[in-house]
Design a binder for this molecule. Structure first.
Ligand SMILES: *Cc1c(COP(=O)(O)O)cnc(C)c1O
Length: 492
């Protein structure tokens, strides 16, 4: 059966999976959502025995129904290969009675690789299917990890260009260098004078600008998005939750049908939404625990039903979660509004206009699958130290936020899977000083060796690669000059 996608803001907009992937954002500014979330059609008994790639096919074929078997399998094989430093792709590590699902074994050592190693293939396949001859320009705002993962995925992919905007002072030193050293004829990187929300709003405004779209069309370009507003990013993320549950069963860690909690360090709400989709597909997940850092707009929303971004933006040690506008929440809002696109549009317009909105009592009741918690900077550091001292396992700052929230609110009666979203090497300074204050004065790069010794792990290739790479990108711009910058880069 064919599954179509509709816009969260206009139920008359309808697209195939490949059309939705190709355009990224719906023409009315809404997000594409599947008309219904399919029930898994492969029994867990079978999934237990499957490799990551096989699981990916079993899950994704139900969402991307206009892809042929051959097309989808080719995308999967090109994505989940030796770029990952382990055959398991996403190891599930048991520590202290908790399961850390390590999503950082790809090319850029953060969980964004899970979706961004396949998105370029889904996108170029979609372009072919829809006979697009334009060059596709990927515009991306990043809080640090998306940008590098997207560039790594799209570098020198024929028929594409990629332009990445990141907040100049809002990313770690490793993240910045990872982006600034990216090779590829078709890549451009720009540091903006502003925060992630400015970058994301600027990109969204360009997507919604009809005049700009026309100008691009005339020059043979069209925009698409590598941000998690693209359904082509969300769907691959459902896979690892299905895979993790099947592995818990296979390893006799749980009984058939036993529910588990999933704890996700959350920023733009994409990763946790994928877990929710996995639950809707039939995976026995009990609570979806949304873990925030000090930018706890989602924690407050889950507690009060009021989403309010009018607050101080805090720069934390988990920068990939320094976000006040969680764009994927719109997909959940749409579902809890009973798929009411008018209501969703009204709330999203209020968010844009007033920076806040309040959901109805009825909608709040439908949030019972979710729980929320947050960690302060101090609690994040304490959690890194606690886990290390108890088990020897070193977690990154984002994972630590989730680990802290798990400890606070999950209790002992249920197994918990924590989405471990980044390698500790990526945030080496914060992680090492959390373990021992004595490292405070040290240079970030000098600490990498210390981390090898402390964690008894090898330095990831992604880190070795940047240590002696040449800086290729130095462009900067003001937050309100992003459109001009894009035109300059494209030469129009
Ligand atoms: C992007 C990111 C997150 C947040 O994920 P969302 O899908 O945006 O909620 C958490 N941790 C790390 C390391 C990330 O890169």
């Amino acid at each position: 059966m064919d599954l179509y996608y509709k816009s969260t803001r206009d139920s008359n907009v309808k697209a195939t999976a490949s059309e939705a992937i190709l355009t990224g954002l719906a023409p009315d500014g809404g997000l594409f959502v599947p008309e219904s979330i399919p029930a898994l059609d492969v029994p867990l008994e079978k999934l237990k025995k499957m490799s990551y790639q096989e699981t990916a096919y079993a899950v994704m074929k139900q969402f991307l129904t206009d892809f042929t078997e051959e097309e989808l399998k080719r995308c999967i094989d090109k994505a989940y290969d030796e770029k990952f430093d382990t055959e398991e792709i996403v190891p599930l590590v048991k520590m202290d009675n908790t399961y850390y699902l390590e999503l950082f074994h790809g090319a850029t050592i953060a969980f964004k690789d899970m979706a961004l190693s396949i998105l370029p293939h889904l996108l170029t396949t979609s372009a072919k299917k829809n006979r697009t001859s334009n060059e596709i320009v990927i515009l991306t705002a990043t809080s640090g990890d998306t940008g590098k993962a997207a560039m790594a995925g799209f570098a020198d992919v024929e028929g594409t260009r990629i332009i990445v905007f990141y907040p100049k002072d809002g990313v770690s030193k490793v993240q910045k260098l990872q982006m600034a050293t990216q090779k590829g004829k078709n890549v451009a990187v720009v540091a903006i004078h502003g925060n992630f929300d400015n970058a994301q709003s600027g990109v969204k405004a360009m997507f919604e600008d009809k005049a700009l779209a026309k100008e691009l069309e005339e020059k043979g370009y069209q925009f698409s998005s590598a941000n998690s507003i693209n359904i082509g990013r969300l769907v691959p993320q459902v896979v690892y939750y299905v895979y993790a549950y099947a592995k818990l069963l296979e390893n006799d860690e749980i009984q058939e049908g036993e529910t588990v909690n999933v704890v996700v360090p959350t920023g733009n709400f994409g990763n946790i939404l994928a877990a929710y989709y996995a639950k809707k597909m039939g995976i026995p997940i009990d609570k979806l625990v949304c873990a925030s850092n000090e930018n706890k707009v989602l924690f407050d929303f889950l507690k009060t039903g009021i989403y309010d971004r009018n607050r101080q933006f805090v720069l934390t040690s988990s920068p990939s979660m320094d976000i006040l506008i969680s764009s994927n929440l719109e997909r959940l809002i749409y579902l809890i509004a009973g798929e009411d696109s008018k209501k969703t549009k009204e709330l999203m317009e209020a968010l844009k206009r007033d920076g806040k909105y309040e959901i109805t009592e009825n909608m709040r009741r439908k949030l019972s699958d979710f729980a929320g918690g947050y960690a302060t900077e101090e609690q994040t550091a304490e959690e890194i130290k606690r886990v290390y001292e108890k088990t020897g396992y070193v977690i990154d700052t984002h994972t630590a936020v989730a680990s802290h929230v798990c400890k606070e609110i999950c209790g002992d009666d249920k197994k918990c899977v924590i989405a471990s979203t980044a390698s500790p090497y990526k945030f080496v300074k914060s992680v090492m000083t959390a373990i021992d204050k004595a490292y405070e004065g040290e240079d970030e790069f000098a600490l990498l060796e210390n981390m090898c010794n402390v964690s008894k792990t090898e330095m990831p290739q992604a880190i070795k690669d940047i240590l002696d790479a040449e800086v290729l990108h130095r462009t900067e711009c003001d937050a309100d000059k992003m459109e001009e910058t894009v035109k300059n880069i494209l030469g129009i």
